[in-house]
Design a protein around this ligand. Structure first.
Ligand code: NI
Length: 212
């Protein structure tokens, strides 16, 4: 990799009030109605979608100055608080398209869980408050879950060629565990009864794809 492919040094500002990174190259908003199918309680989702359908569930702003593997994409994810039935608001979750690419998440605001799942189905629920950092290793799926009463905001950084594979989450009917409300405003994990584990063959296919 020639150095001419690399970005020049730059200084950015993470605005603690607006929870935006400046400069940024844009990003996207995910509306509540677009999250149909990710929550276990579909009746509760449909009911909520009637009132909240056009509301923003989460947004991502990023400094994506390059798609080359030698560079990083850094951005901010802001997830609204709420519940669908007993399940806390969450992002769709993904594996990196190039699954051997890692990522870090640093909590800027709120109280959330970074839910990690290996291809084999092992789960780690990392509880985050401002100041916590989570390392997502290669080959681990990840999703943010807001278990607090205010927005849950994280600053993330990952190799610019990683990409996102959302389909692997959809095919498994989510993650193997759900983050739901527990006693006295707390949270807990319960098994996802709709979960379909990946077969050994499927796991090998994901691993092989990164070698090609
Ligand atoms: Ni990621």
């Amino acid at each position: 990799m020639s150095l001419s492919n690399a970005l020049s040094p730059f200084l950015a500002f993470v605005n603690p009030e607006t929870l935006q990174i400046q400069p940024n190259t844009g990003g996207y908003k995910k509306y509540f109605r677009e999250l149909s199918g990710i929550y276990a309680d579909e009746v509760a989702f449909d009911r909520l979608a009637e009132s909240l359908g056009s509301a923003v569930a989460y947004r991502v702003d990023e400094a994506r100055f390059s798609d080359r593997s030698s560079n990083l994409i850094t951005g901010i994810s802001v997830l609204e608080p709420g519940k669908v039935g007993q399940e806390f608001f969450m992002t769709r979750g993904h594996l990196h398209q190039r699954a051997d690419r890692p990522e870090t998440y640093y909590c800027l605001a709120g109280h959330g869980i970074l839910l990690l799942e290996s291809l084999a189905g092992e789960v780690e629920a990392m509880e985050m408050r401002p100041g916590n950092l989570v390392y997502v290793p290669p080959f681990w799926l990840h999703r943010s879950v807001n278990v607090g009463a205010a927005v849950f905001a994280t600053l993330f950084s990952y190799p610019a060629d990683a990409g996102q594979d959302f389909e692997i989450v959809r095919q498994a009917h989510g993650f193997s565990q759900l983050v739901v409300s527990g006693e006295n405003g707390s949270w807990k994990l319960i098994p996802n009864s709709r979960y379909r584990p990946r077969t050994g063959q499927e796991v090998e296919a994901y691993e092989a794809r990164t070698r090609s």
